[in-house]
Design a protein around this ligand. Structure first.
Ligand code: F6R
Length: 241
């Protein structure tokens, strides 16, 4: 594991954007695994700025998002599909059809899960998987449980996740209770993994993820076994390590 300690959110966003830019310089047609949430907003802003300055070309890039809320379509402002369009896709030269987000409103969720896994395989797996960290240790929406789940699956969100994500909604009851998430398999099979964490609220869980024994009760801890993991974390997130 390579740890890049940074001062604050802005520096984390810059460093993470540089990391992704380096990946795209090395391989123009990279398959990027993407995440949403507050951790990623600054980083996507930096990628957009690089693109606008003519430094980054997304024309051959393909993306696979980690997750989506069940019950929200991509036109819903709270959906991760909407988030991705707003913060990244509509500002860069990605081709429609080259970005993929699990469908939260499909009739048959099990079918959608199998189709998403098939898609990941068809694209040849993930070159660089970007991740944030849930306060309960989740990566994607792989929530704490008895075992790691390898494939894309339907999941009931933990109460801690619902509470943490309530900040994006007017009322807590509006936070969807279920999601569809990529499993641990493609994340661990990605050629490179990049975990970003900032702020005090991530300090205790980041310590567990990076320094305590690997356990499905702290899903992100499996990243200790990833052969090519980089962690970019700010002073507050690293304050307990
Ligand atoms: C979202 C995702 C989640 C978030 C995590 C942290 O696509 O995969 O694992 O990365 O919940 O969220 P923030 O960044 O809002 O603290």
């Amino acid at each position: 594991m390579k740890l890049i300690p940074v001062k604050n959110y802005d520096e984390m966003s810059l460093k993470a954007a540089d990391f992704i830019a380096a990946q795209l310089m090395e391989k123009k047609d990279s398959v990027l695994g993407l995440a949403t949430g507050s951790t990623m907003i600054g980083l996507y802003g930096e990628l957009v700025a690089k693109h606008k300055r003519g430094e980054l070309d997304f024309s051959q890039v393909k993306t696979l998002n980690l997750d989506e809320y069940i019950g929200l379509s991509s036109s819903d402002v709270q959906s991760y599909g909407y988030y991705m369009k707003e913060y990244l896709f509509k500002h860069v030269n990605m081709k429609e059809g080259n970005y993929h987000i699990p469908c939260g409103v499909c009739q048959d969720i099990e079918d959608e899960c199998r189709a998403y896994d098939f898609l990941i395989k068809t694209l040849g797996g993930i070159d660089l998987q970007l991740m944030g960290l849930g306060v309960d240790g989740h990566i994607g929406f792989n929530e704490p449980g008895e075992s790691f789940i390898k494939d894309t699956h339907f999941i009931r969100l933990d109460e801690t996740t619902i509470k943490a994500n309530a900040r994006f909604f007017e009322q807590e009851y509006q936070v969807p209770k279920h999601a569809i998430t990529m499993g641990i398999g493609p994340i661990m099979a990605s050629k490179k993994a990049l975990l970003c964490a900032n702020g005090k609220s991530k300090a205790a869980i980041l310590k567990k993820v990076l320094t305590e024994p690997v356990s499905p009760l702290v899903p992100g801890s499996i990243l200790q076994l990833h052969p090519n993991l980089t962690v970019i974390a700010d002073e507050e997130a690293l304050s307990e390590i």
